[in-house]
Design a protein around this ligand. Sequence first.
Ligand SMILES: C[S@@+](CC[C@H](N)C(=O)[O-])C[C@H]1O[C@@H](n2cnc3c(N)ncnc32)[C@H](O)[C@@H]1O
Length: 267
Amino acid sequence: MDLKLRAPDSDQHSILLPGQVSDLSSRYTGTLSSGKGREYKIEGNIADLMSNGHDYSIANWSNHLSVTAAVYEDVWRNRSLDILTGESFPIEKEKELLVDWLEPIKDKLYLDVGCSTALYARTVKQAEKKSVAVAIDISEAMLKEARKKASNEDCDLFLIRADARTMPFYAGMFDGLMMGGTLNELTDELKALYECRRVIKKGGTFFMMHLLKADSIAGKLLQGPAGWGGVKFWTLKQSNELFERAGFKVADQFNVGIVCFSKLIAV
Ligand SMILES: C[S@@+](CC[C@H](N)C(=O)[O-])C[C@H]1O[C@@H](n2cnc3c(N)ncnc32)[C@H](O)[C@@H]1O
């Protein structure tokens, strides 16, 4: 399936991303051109659709290092919820919840926003091989790692370097969205949430995992320095106000310690 995308430099022009780019069993390198004349490169199946100029937080910069990307999932992500919830929370439980709430369907289109190694997009594809998954991140290093992991698992994905605040997608393109931990790291979370609402179909499900503001003294002490690096935390009430402002209603939600899972519906 080819993907018709909105050119990052112009609302009036589109770019066609060939379906072969998502076939990670063969290496695809080439250029894409918007009708406006600007060219974008695809290298090793990763399409770079970033428009110019980015403002990264300190927390974001570390995601651009190959060493962070190489260890991110195996060393941190697979056990992060055990550490953050303070109890046993296997990654399999999180994946099950993602699939239960998102209910991926054959031929439908799903987007992983701020994907890092595309854990969520890969999980969706494993649950429904015939669904179409797109994963975006601003970090080339993370996308390269996502590519490695996805091809090892024989899982086909569209991997795009793009900013969640200005996505190269048309309105209502996606049947479902997912975001794991990225909300806390975004420089402009409301802008990104508005973009999420723009690109998802009305009634579509948005699976969100994010971290809440800690209540305990120890938690507050840990979150303080994270805040200096640009990581933000909200109370549950503030989080829900953000979701509602962006055009989502909370259909289901629970938190274990500071880790909050939300099933959001685009209204
Ligand atoms: C906490 S990690 C996300 C992990 C991943 N979703 C998971 O579940 O394992 C945050 C990711 O968001 C990416 N990111 C930060 N700001 C972004 C933005 N404006 N647009 C797209 N990706 C962004 C970072 O590069 C990083 O890979």
